[in-house]
Design a protein around this ligand. Sequence first.
Ligand SMILES: *Cc1c(COP(=O)(O)O)cnc(C)c1O
Length: 364
Amino acid sequence: MTPNSLNFSGGPGALPQAVLAQTREAIAALPETGLSVLGMSHRSDWFYSILHEAESNLRHLLGISDDYAITFLQGGSSLQFAMIPMNFAAGAGAPPEYVSSGYWSARAAAEAARVRTTRIAWDGRPGGYRKLPDLYTLDVARPSAYLHYVSNETVEGLQFPACEEAFAVPLVADMSSDFLSKPIRPGVFSMIYAHAQKNLGPAGVTVAIIDRSLLERIPNGLPSILDFRTHISHGSNYNTPPVFAIYVLTLITRWLRFDIGSLTAMQDINERKARRLYGALDALGDCVTVHADRRWRSQMNVAFTFGDARLDDAFLVSAREQGMVGLEGHRSIGGLRASLYNAVTPQAVGTLADALTAFSVHCI
Ligand SMILES: *Cc1c(COP(=O)(O)O)cnc(C)c1O
């Protein structure tokens, strides 16, 4: 049984067919244990081996050294918006800096400001969140507790180029919507986090990769569950973790390692998909507008509009008739958005690109 619709949703996003097939089987009974994954104990040997494998696959795929802890958390990326300043900005002397370049980074900055004094290093709101700054030439106070940014703005469809060089202050990245879509240079970051539901599995688990030297800054007296050290020292098993979500995340890392082969191979596929879709949009000329300025276009989320709500709606209806769903733009900017996460196949993107080309006869 395969789903008969193509999922272009911004999140929760599409999952690979092979992973869905294994998940269906695991819900009935895991081959290894004879029990449904939904009833597996978080203290079972089976689950400890899943936690171990998830971490080791992530280390392998991303090239993460033991200088970094990897931990699996709950509360989504939104909890990280609060936890990060609570843990890493207390008593650091200088406030943390936030790049506010879209809907999600603005949310992160606003939440941090409830917890600590913060500084906005760059604000893209006056420009309508269509551009990104060059992180390396930003006016960032030195020292500062850290610089926080969102590597891919999921709503507006803007993506930073990969950070390749060491940064002047600790760099913290919310990679929720482009994590595992391409290789990264992990040594550049002090912390990376990403919830699962865009590119790595179902909602319920968030991956955090933290430079261990940052842990020394954590003030004592935080509630244990909000202290990163608790989760790291308990091997991501302090309280009942989301066993099912971590299981599916592990299957995704297996799929990337052993079916796709590497993040470089994944990047090649994602680049081809994005080229195909932007190519089709650009060929429509004035008929459509891509939200992001060309230089900052995201390979994961393509936000665009026909410039007329009736045409956008008509396209959504026509796409749905052809089996394509999840193409509504985020409520904050409207229009349309196609998310091209890892599990969205080149064939699906081809179908969407052809549908856009055919629909353009309706342009005025
Ligand atoms: C979707 C999204 C979030 C919100 O994540 P939750 O898990 O729902 O809290 C945060 N950051 C980015 C970049 C996102 O795309």
